[in-house]
Design a protein around this ligand. Sequence first.
Ligand code: PAF
Length: 275
Amino acid sequence: MQIHPTVSGLRAALASAGRVAFAPTMGNLHEGHVSLMKAARQHGNVVVASIFVNRLQFGAGEDFDRYPRTFEADCERLAAAGVDHLFAPDEAELYPEPQSYLIQPSALHEQTLEGESRPGHFRGMATVVTKLFNIVQPQAALFGKKDYQQLMVIRNMVRQLALPIEIFGCDTVRADDGLALSSRNGYLSETERREAPRLYRELTRVAQAVREGARDFDLLEQAAISQLRDAGWKPDYVSVRRRSDLQEPEADEQALIVLAAARLGGTRLIDNLEI
Ligand code: PAF
């Protein structure tokens, strides 16, 4: 695997590359990322990953400073997963001047779920992803479904800006007890780690009830929120949504998803299940 800290170095290396499949990350990689890299191999003959902890997508008081940086271990994982090129710029390389041109996602996403809970997050994310797309110029790009709304924002952006990139969503990878793998799981204490799968269990319970015909989504959501609160969590939302645009569904809608975000101690976890 070749490691490129500069835009010019990466561009030179990819100058005569064939079909490029790209998976951007913020590092601290786990099996979920490895599965993205393996899927990337099926969508391109050159696989490119990036590691960049993007300050622009973190709000004030969020975990930008303590976000785990584990570059050596990440490189080993990426090389073992068959990645050909790693783009790993520092902030001065990616943002040589304050980034004043920003990509503004649709108001629908800015005001919905993660957009509402984390103001400015999607703008920062969409801006860096656009910039990375312009640098890497991939034909395919892969994102995990754990960040379901992020995937949806990126699909919208690619469609509206007519970017010539195919976007693929990859299934969430889970620990044996159901907890969705996430770099932020590393913040959990031992006790919190034992508690953390409750989020997945509550989502499973809601999804199962909907599959069995329950249609009072509000009641199901409130029951899940109460369970989480009783166990010491601080939920931001548990919400059944229409899968196509993450807006509130009509009672007869079929393609649904249940999404949740909740804080356990100092760690904010998100997860979702397609129904
Ligand atoms: O999902 C992530 O890790 C980040 O949001 C991404 C897509 C790499 C942009 O910084």
